[in-house]
Design a protein around this ligand. Sequence first.
Ligand SMILES: Nc1ncnc2c1ncn2[C@@H]1O[C@H](COP(=O)(O)OP(=O)(O)O)[C@@H](O)[C@H]1O
Ligand SMILES: [Mg+2]
Length: 427
Amino acid sequence: MSPNCPCFGWRKKKTKPKINEDKDSPGPSRIDTVERQETPARRNTLDDTLSAHENKNKENTFTYRQLVAATDNFKDTNFLGQGGFGAVYKGKLAETGQVVAVKQLDDTGFQGEKEFLVEVLMLSLMRHPNLVHLIGYCAEGTQRLLVYEYMPLGSLEDHLLGLTPEMKPLDWNTRMKIAAGAARGLEYLHNKADPPVIYRDLKAGNILLGKGFHPKLSDFGLAKFGPTGDKSHVSTRVMGTHGYCAPEYATTGKLTAKSDIFSFGVVLLELITGRPAMDDSQGHERMLVDWVRPRIKDRKNIPQFADPLLNGQFPESMFRRALNVSCMCVQENPSVRPSISDVVLALEYLVAHPYDPNEVHKVHKKRTEGRSSPNEKLRILDKAVDRERAVAEAKMWGETLRDQRMQSEQKNNDKQKTDNDEQKTLE
Ligand SMILES: Nc1ncnc2c1ncn2[C@@H]1O[C@H](COP(=O)(O)OP(=O)(O)O)[C@@H](O)[C@H]1O
Ligand SMILES: [Mg+2]
């Protein structure tokens, strides 16, 4: 781990935890110094939420016995993987037949019962097509379990770095669709959720994939439930996963939405390059951003960035734009990173301009036909947008798309109004 980044991420993958081993270790602390602001207004919201749910809403609470039954007593064959907070098992709820993922949080001393319940209930209220739905929880004795909707295609990390022979590498269009969906999930957390949520642990392993590679963010807000057994660590440790963690968050613990933007930029770089956020294969750790930064300055290097598994099958101009968006997100200075809404708009533009093999074939043919100059490639690269132009372009896409969106919303509103007027006339 590099000395300037105190982040740590538990990356034990797909191995079942050994029970009762290393009992004295502090465990996976995920608490950071900047908790969500506990303003009186927020406290009221939490209290209201709790009392609203405590008595009436029983459907999102499960007994331990129910979850034992659902997972066949946490059977090995149902084991999905080991994460930073505990083991995850596939299960089926007897009552509804719904297939779920049950996360059994490690018993390392959790926050107060009330706080845990309030937070879980708050999270279960957050609904968005790009967020893994938290169906419910179990808090019996020292047991803490969370029940999520099951995501059949696993995580983005599995598809980028854990490819098995029977898996096909993700194509360009799917990658952009995943990026745009993940950005929309983050946009909801930052701008639409009340209270707003800073994700803190955005990484390829937390982007889970549903049917048709529909992406959903998981574990949002879960950092809140980290163990607090050793209070001295609470104020000093910084949460996050190494390689994704924004530099200012790593050094100061100051958490803002822009730290999430940095992590998002790293995920986008992983999608483009197929390289891991943190590569420790050479015996020393190397962050993807540190690999990209010096190379991006020279336009000639741009083709180097493409994941070889893409097989050259992507639209060059969109590739460059995606790279620019990711570079804007991972800028050192948080204040110049784009907002998540700008990122969403830029990625929607990329999704709207997919790779079309026939189109590229034509372009390729035209290029090879007219290829008289060996500098052809350089000429194309010369046309590449530089950083400033890319920022301006991103803003322009943003503004154009925003205008389009507003126009279509206005149209919908007008139509709704006309429909209502007509309805009133009929009545
Ligand atoms: N809702 C889910 N559906 C399917 N698989 C899941 C779900 N949640 C987690 N997993 C799988 O369980 C494993 C551990 O997940 P998690 O505890 O979230 O790890 P981490 O702490 O690294 O984010 C991962 O391999 C992930 O793919
Ligand atoms: Mg996770």
